[in-house]
Design a binder for this molecule. Structure first.
Ligand code: THU
Length: 123
């Protein structure tokens, strides 16, 4: 699957974001070794710290559906932001050594890997 197609899946996820407090929607799509695409969006809560990020929703969802080998991850926000620290830790642990396409609202993207995002990881 091309990065562009995986990013289109991430756009679908972003459109499902529940972000009434930040108004900042994030979409993620992770590609499994068997070519399934699992989506994640950020889901915010009235109890703010309970919020979950899109990347972790995608990875935890994939794992809970029985997938644990991944080949690419796409992430999209309006401004092309990089993953937060907590998500970098989870990407490092559960989706290492894969291309991570980080896209903005025009679907322009740059590619990073987990060791670039988290160079001195815990664990
Ligand atoms: N958010 C993500 O979904 N992923 C990140 O890597 C950083 C932040 C979400 C959490 C919250 O719903 C909104 O973006 C603003 O922080």
């Amino acid at each position: 699957m091309t990065p562009e197609v995986l990013i289109q899946h991430a756009i679908t996820a972003k459109n499902r974001a529940m972000a009434p407090y930040s108004n900042y929607s994030v979409g993620a799509a992770i590609l499994t070794e068997t070519n399934s695409v699992i989506l994640g969006c950020n889901v915010e809560s009235k109890a703010y710290p309970t919020t979950l990020c899109a990347e972790r929703v995608a990875i935890f969802s994939a794992i809970s559906q029985g997938f644990n080998k991944f080949t690419a991850l796409a992430l999209i926000t309006n401004d092309g932001a990089f993953p937060c620290g907590s998500c970098r830790q989870i990407i490092h642990e559960y989706a290492p050594d894969i291309p991570i396409y980080i896209a903005d609202k025009s679907a322009d993207f740059i590619t990073k890997n987990s060791s670039e995002l988290l160079p001195f990881p815990f664990g």
